[in-house]
Design a protein around this ligand. Structure first.
Ligand code: FMN
Length: 146
């Protein structure tokens, strides 16, 4: 089974988890970047409200064809209880008929407000959510140096 781990990370903790999952599953790793460079301030004043309304951010074109994979693992940080807007952009790229695994990195490690809606969003793309995982990073909000 061919697996890809596709992720967005602002502060680096989702990146670290994505790298771990990819290595464990012998999967292709694909980093998603937003077209506009974000400040920490903008994650709070614009990013978190957009996350709540399930708005997709603009992302750079990815260099992988998701059609070629059987299983797609998506990782994203949690902003204000909801997946960061890049998650919605990743969801829009999903071809139907795929098995999807989700993991969400947050300081507290919980997403009770959004988990069902997030799974529904993937189902609406014609994909099957086979796992959903909250990852507690304990990391306070901050921008990665790279
Ligand atoms: C705008 C913003 C909102 C956040 N909201 C939450 C939250 O609601 N619950 C939580 O536990 N952590 C929250 N966090 C913390 C991040 O989810 C946490 O630091 C996560 O590990 C970040 O992943 P990253 O390093 O890949 O960006 C928030 C961080 C930011 C920047």
């Amino acid at each position: 089974m061919k697996t890809i781990v596709i992720y967005y990370s602002f502060g680096g903790s989702t990146k670290a988890e994505a790298e771990r999952v990819a290595a464990e599953n012998d999967a292709v790793l694909c980093r998603v970047e937003e077209t506009k460079d974000r400040s920490l301030f903008s994650t709070f004043v614009q990013g978190a409200p957009n996350a709540k309304y399930r708005k997709a951010s603009e992302i750079k074109k990815i260099d992988q064809d998701l059609n070629l994979f059987d299983r797609i693992v998506i990782g994203c940080p949690v902003w204000g209880g909801y997946p960061a807007p890049a998650f919605n952009a990743i969801a829009e790229l999903l071809p139907s008929g795929k098995e999807v695994e989700l993991f969400f990195c947050s300081s507290g490690g919980e997403t009770p407000k959004s988990s069902q809606g997030t799974k529904d969003l993937i189902s609406k793309k014609g994909c099957r959510v086979i796992s959903y995982r909250d990852v507690k990073t304990g990391k306070s909000p901050g921008k990665a140096k790279d």
